[in-house]
Design a protein around this ligand. Structure first.
Ligand SMILES: O=C(O)CCC(=O)C(=O)O
Ligand SMILES: [Fe+2]
Length: 249
């Protein structure tokens, strides 16, 4: 099946059908295996990020070459359909493993380990589907999209700093290959990031919990509001040019 891309809005694109189901299964099994070891999804016998979620964050070179190939193919496809989507260079991978229905709270990817530019965050889903919500401002009504196994969501350019949430993991919506999956139904997300600033400092971000950092989220929102207010104050309506009517000959 050739990949197909949908532009949800400029800077926000879903690419579907990049991986075969054999590739999806292989990647999920590989991620589950990496997650059991040192530097995996667990710390002191418990999942390391939340009650139902474990995470791995490390530099790109730690992972097999097919991750970069998938990321690059998704970026190329998204840029083909959306000219506002910037390029990106994959430097770090965050793998989230969700074992319960619990998703992830509203947040913006504003931290150093998320990357500091408008280059897209590239997010591959495998296993159980999820409902992904997004909006630009806190007071906006959110929109949502279901991400299924194999879907790649990219947010960059004008959407790089959107507010987003994983509303729910749909544990009963799994691809056929997950029927035989040893730990049972679960969701993986593989988030590819262009974050050259943190190369060599991966240890600092291994157990990062953004729920503890909501002040930074609030500060970011306030800075946005202030910036928009300043732009609105500085705005001068364009002067209308008065063109004299040409007298009829
Ligand atoms: O799991 C996902 O798909 C989203 C992860 C996410 O938003 C994040 O880690 O910042
Ligand atoms: Fe995020």
């Amino acid at each position: 099946m050739p990949p197909s891309a949908t532009v949800l809005e400029p800077g926000l694109v879903v690419v579907r059908g990049l991986l075969s189901s054999a590739e999806e299964e292989r990647t999920a099994r590989e991620a589950w295996a990496i997650g059991q070891g040192n530097g995996g999804f667990y710390k002191d016998g418990a999942l390391n990020a939340a009650a139902g979620r474990g995470r791995i964050y490390d530099r790109a070179e730690r992972f097999a070459a097919h991750y970069k190939a998938t990321c690059d193919a998704a970026v190329a496809e998204a840029r083909r359909v959306d000219p506002t989507m910037p390029p990106m260079l994959f430097t770090h991978l965050l793998i989230n493993c969700y074992l319960t229905r619990d998703g992830l709270m509203w947040h913006r990817d504003i931290y150093e380990n998320d990357g500091k530019s408008d280059h897209p965050v590239v997010n591959l889903s495998l296993g159980a589907a999820c409902r992904f919500g997004w909006k630009h401002e806190r007071q906006d009504e959110g929109q949502s999209v279901v991400l299924e196994s194999g879907d790649v969501l990219l947010f960059g350019g004008p959407c790089r700093y959107i507010l987003h949430t994983i509303e729910e993991i749909l544990l009963d919506t799994t691809p056929p290959w997950m029927d035989g999956f040893e730990p049972g139904p679960l969701r993986f997300s593989f988030t590819f990031r262009d974050a050259p600033e943190v190369l060599g400092r991966e240890e600092e971000f291994r157990f990062f919990k953004f729920s503890a950092d909501m002040k930074e989220q609030d500060d970011f929102d306030k800075a946005r509001r202030d910036e928009r207010a300043a732009l609105a104050r500085a705005y001068q309506p364009p002067k209308m040019a008065v063109v004299p009517a040409t007298p009829a000959a």
